[in-house]
Write a protein that binds this ligand. Structure first.
Ligand code: 4VN
Length: 325
C-alpha cells in the first residue's frame, strides 16, 4: 500500500526574457550569463501570480490523468513566493481549479520545497487514507528579485510544475535523505518583513527583495549535494546502473557538472532545462520532470528509478528516489 506518480504537468508563463533582453536594462551580457550559469532565457510572468501558474499546472496534470478536481484529497504547494502570508497558495489553487474536498497547505523550503513536499505527500499516502494528492512546485521569482541587482536578477525565472500521487498497492517510495541548517539562513533571504507594530522596537526600513551570497550557496551545494546523493543511494541500496535519471534543482549548470564529477556519476544522467527556464526554485524539479515524461526520456509505469534533489535557502537540502511504477 502506498502511492504512485500517475500523471505530471507544468505551466510556464508566455513571456520569454532572453539574456540579450536583460543586457538592455542592466550591465550584463549573454556571454557572462550563459557561460557561468547555462541560462539563455527565462519565462517571466506579466500578470499571473504564483497561484495562477500553480493552477494551470494542476489543470494540466488532471487532464493528463483524465480525472476531475473534485476527486483530489489534498493539495500541497511548494513555494517561497506565495501570493500571500494567508491564505496559502494551495487554498487559492483549490478555489481556482474547484478541488472542493481537498485539504490544502503550502510548504516553504525554498529550492528544496518540491522534494520536501513530495516526501510529505508520499508519506501521507502511505497512511492509506487518500486516493489522490496533488504536489505542485510554483514560483514567481520575478516579484522577489531586485531587478537592479545583476548578480541575482539574471538567475531566476517563473513557472510551475507538479505530479499526481495516486493510491496503489505498490509504493513508489525508495529512499530519502533530507536536511536543514537554519544556522546558515543568512545566505539566501527573501521577502524580509521587519517587525512593525505600535509595540515593536525601532521602525526599520522595509526590505522586500531577495539577497543571496552566491559564493556561500554555491560552496554549500558543492559540499552537501554529492554526500546527500551518495547517502540516498546507500539507503536505497542503489548503484549507478539503477538510476534512470537524476533530476536536480536547476540552479547552475556549472554546479551540476561539478556535482556529477564529485559523485562520479556521468553528466548524461543529470537532466537539465536551465537554458530555457533559469532557476525557478521549487518549480524547477517538477517542470523538468514533466518535460522528461513528455519527451519520453522517462516513462511512468516502467519501474525505472529517478533521483530528485533540491538544495537552497534555509539552508535546506533533500534527495528522494522514487520508482516510476
Ligand atoms: C543553489 C545554487 C544557487 C546559485 C548560487 C550561485 C550562483 C546559483 C554565483 C557565481 C556566479 C554564477 C552564479 Cl548553487 C542558487 C540557489 C538558489 O536556488 C541554489 N548561481 N552563481 C559566477 O560564476 O560568478
Amino acid at each position: 500500500m502506498g502511492s504512485k506518480i500517475s500523471a505530471t504537468g507544468h505551466y510556464l508563463p508566455e513571456q520569454i526574457i532572453t539574456n540579450d533582453d536583460l543586457a538592455k536594462i542592466m550591465d550584463t551580457s549573454d556571454e557572462w550569463i550563459s557561460k557561468r550559469t547555462g541560462i539563455r532565457q527565462r519565462h517571466i510572468s506579466k500578470d499571473e501570480n504564483t497561484s495562477d501558474l500553480a493552477s494551470k499546472a494542476a489543470l494540466n496534470i488532471l487532464k493528463n490523468r483524465n480525472i476531475t478536481a473534485d476527486q483530489i484529497d489534498f493539495i500541497i504547494v511548494a513555494t517561497m513566493t506565495a501570493d500571500a502570508g494567508s491564505p496559502s497558495t494551495a487554498c487559492l489553487v483549490q478555489e481556482k481549479i474547484g478541488a472542493s474536498k481537498a485539504f490544502c497547505f503550502d510548504i516553504n523550503a525554498a529550492c528544496s520545497g518540491f522534494v520536501y513536499s513530495l516526501s510529505t505527500g508520499i508519506h501521507l499516502m502511505q497512511s492509506n487514507l487518500y486516493q489522490y494528492g496533488l504536489i505542485i512546485g510554483a514560483e514567481t521569482m520575478s516579484k522577489a528579485v531586485n531587478w537592479e541587482d545583476r548578480s541575482t536578477a539574471v538567475l531566476f525565472g517563473d513557472g510551475a510544475g507538479g505530479i499526481l500521487l495516486e493510491r496503489t498497492e505498490d509504493d513508489c517510495f525508495v529512499a530519502e535523505d533530507i536536511h536543514s541548517d537554519g544556522g546558515r539562513h543568512g545566505a539566501l533571504v527573501s521577502d524580509t518583513k521587519k517587525l512593525k507594530s505600535p509595540f515593536s522596537g525601532t521602525a526599520e526600513e522595509e526590505q522586500s527583495y531577495l539577497t543571496m551570497d552566491g559564493r556561500a550557496i554555491f560552496d554549500f551545494a558543492i559540499r552537501s549535494v554529492p554526500d546527500m546523493i551518495r547517502d540516498v543511494m546507500l539507503k536505497g541500496n542503489l548503484v549507478e546502473g539503477d538510476l534512470k535519471k537524476i533530476i536536480a534543482h536547476q540552479a547552475n549548470i556549472r554546479l551540476l557538472e561539478a556535482i556529477s564529477k564529485k559523485v562520479k556519476l556521468p553528466f548524461s544522467l543529470f537532466a537539465s532545462n536551465i537554458a530555457d527556464t533559469g532557476n525557478t526554485s521549487a518549480a524547477s524539479i517538477p517542470i523538468l520532470f514533466d518535460q522528461l515524461v513528455q519527451s519520453k526520456e522517462i516513462q511512468l509505469g516502467t519501474r525505472d528509478k529517478v533521483l530528485m534533489t533540491g538544495f537552497g535557502g534555509g539552508l535546506t537540502w533533500g534527495a528522494i528516489v522514487v520508482s516510476l511504477n
